[in-house]
Design a protein around this ligand. Structure first.
Ligand SMILES: *Cc1c(COP(=O)(O)O)cnc(C)c1O
Length: 370
């Protein structure tokens, strides 16, 4: 048996006629950039998500950068985010001229440890960027309170958490802004780069849109300098098709997670993901902590099971951040996780026999190695 880490082809085959038609449609109308498909996607996404404004852009990294830039974050400012994430969460802070201030992650849920945030707030702090990592909701009730008390913006990085929920509220609707990536491997993925910003604040939303379109209120009327960050018509048309399936796919990810949880709970050498109370996980990734992680990874690879590590290095430990001289002792959880975590294959189309094969192989590894 062969278990790839993600399988975008099976999903494409399951909706091939609709996708092919959607792409053809864009080409026949030559609405390559912007245009009706993009507008339709923004409307569809805001309706389904329950938010007033959706501003499409080129990718999830741009979504973060555009947001911070238009909230007025810049040199001299500090923005708080989590020590274990993809570099977009922090590199965009530096791109504005502000400094990323890292917070360790929670040892149970792997999201930002909200108990540590206040100790890092200074007079220069402008915003908090919680990341709903792997599809797990950060503790937004507490984070919102801290933000209100300290007059900070909250920008939720939802790149891994499309339609995750806490207290029945979608990820991205707790803060001032939610940012999304539609990178092909994300839960809602285009066939190239794409991203979006959502917000219930109309004023901010106008500025985000303005900045993403070269600061133009209409053609050739540039009221500020901006950037070029647009969604392609083809990506929008594909996302419009896929948006009809996202709830079903999220449900399937959860069912697959349940199967893993049931078949792996006897293995004492691993720690299984825990789901925060009153939340719906979207299982972008199914991440375990494993003893002898690197050996297990090789063992699984030899059995044609592909795994990955998200992420092998905590952000403050990256060479890119040497310039800030962070004290790595401040991130004991993130530092220890990076040597133990392993992401198992996870996607809606994963089959029960594949999950059983992965689980049996993990059990076999620890039976042999103890
Ligand atoms: C994927 C991702 C991003 C960036 O998205 P791109 O579309 O690849 O630019 C940002 N934050 C997190 C947590 C991500 O996983």
């Amino acid at each position: 048996m062969n278990v790839p880490f993600v399988d975008l082809k099976t999903q494409y085959n399951s909706i091939k006629p609709e996708i092919d038609l959607a792409i053809k449609n864009v080409i026949s109308k030559t609405s390559f950039i912007g245009g009706e498909h993009v507008e339709l996607f923004e409307n569809n996404f805001s309706k389904k998500y329950g938010v007033n404004n959706c501003i499409s852009c080129a990718n999830g990294t741009d979504a973060l950068y555009i947001t911070m830039k238009m909230l007025g974050i810049g040199p001299g400012d500090e923005v708080v985010t989590v020590a274990n994430s993809w570099i977009s969460s922090s590199e965009t802070i530096s791109q504005t001229g502000a400094k990323p201030i890292f917070i360790d992650c929670d040892s149970q849920y792997y999201t930002i440890d909200e108990k540590l945030i206040e100790s890092k707030i200074t007079k220069n702090t402008k915003a908090i960027i919680p990341v709903h990592l792997y599809g797990q909701m950060a503790n937004m009730s507490e984070i919102s309170k801290i933000a209100t008390d300290n007059n900070l913006f909250v920008i939720e990085d939802c790149a891994q958490s499309h339609f995750s929920k806490l207290n029945n509220i979608n990820a991205g609707l707790f803060g001032d802004v939610g940012t999304f990536s539609f990178y092909p491997g994300k839960n809602l993925g285009a066939y190239g780069d794409a991203g979006a910003i959502i917000s219930n604040n109309d004023e901010y939303s106008k500025r985000f849109r303005l900045y993403s379109k070269h600061g133009a209120i209409k053609k050739h009327e540039h009221v500020i300098e901006g950037v070029n960050s647009r969604m392609d018509g083809i990506q929008a048309a594909i996302l419009n098709v896929k948006l009809n399936y996202i709830e079903d796919w999220t449900l399937k990810r959860n069912l697959n997670a349940d199967m893993y949880l049931n078949s792996l709970n006897v293995v004492k050498e691993i720690v299984l993901p825990k789901i925060r109370a009153n939340s719906t996980h979207s299982f972008h990734l199914f991440v375990i902590q494993a003893e002898k992680r690197d050996e297990l990874k090789v063992f699984l690879k030899n059995k044609n099971i592909e795994t990955a590590i998200h992420y092998p290095k905590a952000l403050p430990a990256l060479e890119a951040y040497k310039k800030y001289n962070y004290n790595l002792d401040e991130f004991p959880v993130a530092m220890s996780l990076s040597s133990k975590i392993l992401s198992l294959p996870m996607y809606p189309e994963l089959q029960e026999n594949q999950i059983n094969y992965v689980s049996e192989s993990i059990r076999e590894f620890y039976n042999q190695n103890n």
